[in-house]
Design a protein around this ligand. Structure first.
Ligand code: ADP
Length: 592
């Protein structure tokens, strides 16, 4: 841009210089010519005066030479010019500046010939005698009537003219130089005025190129450059809109990708990783920053996965496999490799690897089938007992009344157990599937605990167990009262069941901070061995099968409790020492 401005300035300056020097040259030429013309006119006039006033004598040549030489000297003073008198045969009679006898015949001098032919003759030449540029003007004078005229000639040096021209040239050059500098400055300003807006527009265009879409041209004039600026601004506007749209789409896509529960890895046809979402980072144990842009084999991952990706790239077909990963943690992953196309109309663009963690699903499936097996097993025992004793009775044992009674009692107890078992199973499945919604209402804890304990009092009394409570006054919580009772009854009856005669079971409820209450149910019973503690909330898990069975337990109570506590958004923990006692601690939020 700068060079454009310089070029423009240079062109203007050269044009100015050319025109200024051409006009200077012409001026000088005209000046010189005018000057010489004026000089010539003057000389002619002077000669006419001389011709009219002169006393033209003739006679002896020597006398004539003396006379005219003197006349020439006199006139020199007056005319300030060289004066020459020439006879009609070309002999010089008198000359103001030279000795006449040294001069040759002047008849064929240009000015003399012209004067004879046209009346006035002139010549501009270097004088042979004076060695300088001279203007000669001659006119004829009739001295002897009927004869050829004499010639009178004036000559002036042009040195004076040359000097004044030199002076004029100096002045002119100085003037021209000033003019030139002024013109150069002005033309630079003009070029700047032209190029500055262009430079501004270029700067804006460069900023836009560097993705600064807020850059705008300041449009001040509505000329062509102004229109260019407006067009660039419109372009920047539409770029800005489009970029923000693209960014928005990108961030939407990014947030979708990052919040997906499945890992996504995109690999191009050459095996270079193009994209990786956050879940894929977790699952594979690599960060996108270290892998994106690199070949998939650069990730030191499970061999099977690399092999599978290679296979998908080679076959360009959808592949699906389930593999256990041991790094960064043990997981069962379902891998789906889907071929993708390279843009609209493009061929094979690579593969999309979808990683789905199916560990939880498989664990659930396993648990479900284990549960079915457990349930069947649990149901089988009482049914076998009922069936066995009924068969014995049928095959004749009815005769013995005592045996019959005890058998019938067994059959009754077993069917009662079966009933409870089925009841618990139904209850658990109802809670787990959340088919029955909780009905929350404010519960006055003191009164609630009082009533619950009263229900268990007879059972405790049978084993001579002391039931005690310590409930902070005025505590209320928002809960489903029936479910809360179920929780308390289960834990308290476990306490009674697993505590020996004369023991103690106690309930304490206190506020735990502003938003929670803490319920502690402790007993002085058998306790639970440390190794069993993590498992007691599992379904059908019992520390001691025989004792649980004899106490009528189903092994489902604690799982039901845990589920109900969680439905109330609470937590349950247990601490226990074998032979000393067990404490279950529940924390529930005051407001649901
Ligand atoms: P159960 O119907 O057998 O009582 P639970 O799910 O209620 O089933 O309890 C699971 C197991 O946890 C019980 O079999 C028992 O071994 C142990 N357990 C539960 N509560 C206590 C406790 N208060 N003291 C000692 N052991 C307990």
């Amino acid at each position: 841009m700068n060079s454009f401005r310089t070029r423009l300035t240079l062109i203007i300056i050269i044009m100015i210089a050319l025109s200024v020097s051409a006009s200077g040259f012409l001026m000088m030429k005209t000046f010189k010519e005018n000057h010489i013309d004026a000089l010539e006119d003057n000389m002619v006039r002077e000669m006419r005066v001389i011709a009219a006033r002169e006393d033209w004598r003739t006679g002896n040549l020597d006398d004539m030479i003396d006379y005219y030489t003197e006349q020439a000297h006199e006139l020199r003073e007056l005319a300030d010019a060289r004066v020459t008198f020439i006879r009609n045969d070309g002999v010089v009679l008198g000359d103001s500046d030279n000795d006449v006898r040294s001069l040759d015949n002047h008849l064929h001098r240009q000015e003399v010939q012209d004067a004879l032919k046209k009346g006035v003759g002139r010549s501009l030449r270097n004088s042979d005698t004076m060695h300088q540029s001279m203007l000669y003007v001659a006119t004829p004078v009739e001295v002897v009537p009927g004869e050829e005229p004499y010639i009178i000639r004036l000559a002036m040096s042009l040195d004076a003219v040359d000097q004044s021209i030199a002076r004029l040239t100096a002045v002119l050059i100085a003037g021209l130089l000033i003019l030139f500098v002024a013109a150069a400055l002005i033309s630079y300003r003009i070029a700047q005025g032209l190029t500055k807006p262009l430079e501004k527009i270029t700067r804006v265009a460069k900023r836009i190129k560097n993705m600064d879409y807020r850059a705008r041209v300041e449009v001040t004039k509505q000329d062509e450059i102004g229109e260019l600026g407006t067009a660039i601004n419109a372009m920047a506007d539409s770029l800005q809109v489009q970029m923000s749209r693209i960014k928005q789409n990108e961030s939407q896509l990014e947030s979708v990708l990052d919040n997906m529960i499945n890992g996504i890895v995109m690999i191009d046809a050459n095996g270079v990783i193009l994209l990786m979402n956050r879940r894929a980072e977790d699952v594979l144990g690599f960060s996108a920053r270290e892998l994106v842009g690199r070949h998939f084999t650069d990730a030191k991952q499970q061999y099977e996965l690399s092999q599978l990706i290679q296979e998908a790239l080679d076959t360009k077909e959808h592949l699906k496999e389930e593999t256990t990963f041991y790094f960064p943690e043990e997981r069962l992953l379902e891998l789906n490799l889907v071929p993708v196309s390279a843009g609209p109309g493009g061929g094979f663009g690579g593969v999309l690897l979808v990683l789905q963690d199916v560990s939880a699903i498989r664990r659930l499936e396993r648990m479900r089938s284990e549960f079915v097996a457990n349930v069947s097993h649990e149901l089988k025992t009482p049914i076998a007992a009922v069936k066995g004793f009924a068969e014995t009775l049928l095959s004749g044992a009815v005769q013995d009344k005592e045996t019959t009674n005890s058998f019938l009692q067994i059959i009754y107890d077993e069917s009662d157990r079966l009933n409870r078992l089925i009841g618990d199973i139904l209850e658990l499945s109802k809670i787990e599937s959340r088919r029955v919604p909780l009905l929350f209402s404010p519960v006055d804890l003191d009164a609630f605990v009082g009533k619950t304990i009263a229900l268990l009092e007879p059972e405790a009394a049978r084993k001579d167990i002391k039931l005690s409570r310590d409930v902070e006054q005025g505590l209320f919580i928002e809960a489903d009262e029936d479910r809360l009772r179920q929780i308390m009854m289960n834990l308290l009856s476990n306490g009674i069941n697993y505590t020996g005669e004369g023991g103690k079971v106690s309930v304490s409820i206190h506020a735990a901070g502003e938003d929670y209450i803490r319920i502690e149910i402790s007993d002085t019973g058998l306790g639970i061995p440390k190794k069993d503690l993590p498992r007691i909330f599992e379904r059908f898990y019992r520390v001691d099968k025989a004792r649980s069975r004899s106490s009528g337990g189903t092994g489902l109570g604690l799982s039901i409790v845990k589920h109900l506590v969680e439905l109330h958004k609470g937590t349950i923990t247990v601490s226990s020492s074998v032979g000393i006692g067990t404490t279950f601690t529940i924390e529930l939020p005051v407001i649901q």
